[in-house]
Write a protein that binds this ligand. Structure first.
Ligand SMILES: [Zn+2]
Length: 235
């Protein structure tokens, strides 16, 4: 029986209630959400009280489940991808020749010799992302470096899973091509962070003052990027 529980903070949790011959209440998180095994004779108010008490545990487990549920990209025709926060669709056509990808009206058209070869499809799409990232990030880097009053630093794309950007002591900026999936203001924030390192090679208060002058709202956007991270790693 599908039930719902309203927590003190107003949040509602729906769950599947199964009455069992047992003495205690059992909680389980399955792929469909929360399942509650309750004794046949328990009163509803008692059950509600137990669930309220366990709500911290329930919420954290449900959140973890959600984070794990973000599916990896399936490299098939019709798959949805993110490009500068836009939902774009992959259109794969069987072809006798290998042509360059064409991006038009939020669709990425691919002619593939083997449309079902997922590894080959992913390679081509990622190659396309990298090329677009180089152009897009390059332009932003130029504009934002001018804003900071420094020469445009050399840009390298990275495939790093754990960091979005870095800046070495030779003043070279590396950015993950995966960022190209993110909204433009998030890309700008990461670039500003790395540019600020051209003035301060550390994370001191002075560094954050430079960053703030270049990108005033950086704290909020840093949080946004953290929350978005699992989605950006679908690729
Ligand atoms: Zn840094």
């Amino acid at each position: 029986m599908q039930q719902s529980l309203t927590l003190a903070n107003g949040e509602t949790i729906s769950y599947l209630l199964e009455r069992r011959t047992r003495r205690t209440v059992g909680l389980k998180i399955t792929e469909n959400g929360l399942v509650v095994h309750a004794p046949k004779r328990i009163f509803e108010f008692q059950l509600n009280q137990i669930l309220q008490e366990k709500s911290g545990w329930i919420l954290s487990k449900l959140q973890a489940r959600e984070a794990n549920q973000i599916e990896k990209i399936q490299w098939v025709d019709g798959e949805h991808l993110l490009f500068l926060d836009n939902d774009i669709q992959l259109n794969i056509m069987q072809s006798s020749s290998n042509k360059a990808l064409v991006f038009d009206q939020n669709t990425l058209f691919m002619h593939a010799l083997q449309p079902n070869n997922h590894a080959a499809v992913s390679r081509k799409v990622i190659q396309w992302y990298k090329k677009q990232a180089e152009l897009d990030f390059g332009r932003r880097l130029e504009i934002l470096a001018a804003k900071l009053g420094v020469p445009t630093p050399p840009l390298t794309l990275s495939n790093a899973q754990s960091r979005w950007g870095s800046c070495n002591n030779r003043g070279e900026v590396r950015l993950s091509w995966r960022l190209l999936q993110a909204p433009p203001h998030i890309i700008n924030y990461v670039i500003c962070h790395e540019l600020a390192h051209l003035k301060q090679m550390n994370h001191s208060a002075k560094f954050y003052a430079v960053l703030e002058s270049l990108f005033p709202n950086y704290k909020a956007v840093e949080k946004e990027l953290k929350a978005l991270s699992p989605t950006l790693h679908r690729i």
